[in-house]
Ligand binder design. Structure first.
Ligand code: FE2
Length: 208
């Protein structure tokens, strides 16, 4: 299995395969199955019923750029279509222990970028060509809100940012994305403060 490179790293280009999310030059690949997502879905009984299905919810293909200070690692995340009791497949979500920003770029499919600062949440509709900006201090999770196609995006982030998954388990993400007919709705997270306010923010390249 490919691993991260050791600095100093010489300049290089990164090619990605839009149909698989694989990157070249390749670094580590992370695979999250339903069994890896304990505590994330609202309906714990429904998750228990499918946790042994071996179904892959998402993969993360990284380039060789390592997660170390001053480097800018990149990765392609692919979230497959699906849901658990109507709650769409999603990433675990995380907070950056070292509060720094991050950029996502939609590649295929339809998704959403859910952000939560501990008080309010924001939702950014993501599609091919849409860039979502994650400011420092905002926890972030990605969701596939499409019914058939994988949602795939490029992430570029400071190598020292880190990933705190426990913060999301402790605080939630302010809202849950659930199937509503052919579309989706955002349902306020049970543990979020009542003053929590969500609104959709769209930032696309089209026409700019
Ligand atoms: Fe991040």
């Amino acid at each position: 299995m490919a691993d991260f490179a050791v600095p100093p790293i010489r300049p290089f280009g990164i090619a990605f395969e839009a149909s698989t999310g694989a990157v070249t030059r390749a670094g580590p690949v992370l695979t999250r199955k339903l069994a890896d997502l304990e505590g994330l879905f609202q309906d714990g009984d429904a998750w228990q019923a499918v946790r042994t299905s071996d179904e892959v919810v998402y993969t993360v293909h990284s380039s060789p750029v390592p997660e170390v200070p001053r480097e800018l690692p990149q990765s392609i995340t692919t979230i497959y279509p699906g849901d658990v009791a109507g709650e769409f497949y999603m990433t675990k979500g995380h907070q950056h222990p070292d509060p720094q920003g991050e950029i996502y770029l939609g590649i295929t499919g339809l998704g959403g970028l859910l952000l939560f600062d501990g008080s309010e949440y924001e939702w950014i509709d993501m599609a091919p060509g849409t860039s979502g900006y994650i400011p420092p201090h905002w926890a972030h999770r990605s969701v596939n809100v499409g019914s058939a196609e994988p949602y795939r995006f490029l992430a570029v982030y400071p190598g020292s940012a880190g990933h705190d998954y426990q913060w999301v388990l402790d605080h939630g993400m302010g809202a849950r994305a659930k199937r509503l007919g052919d579309a989706f709705e955002l349902v306020p997270f049970g543990r979020a403060p009542e003053r929590s306010v969500g609104r959709a923010v769209t930032c696309g390249f089209a026409g700019m």
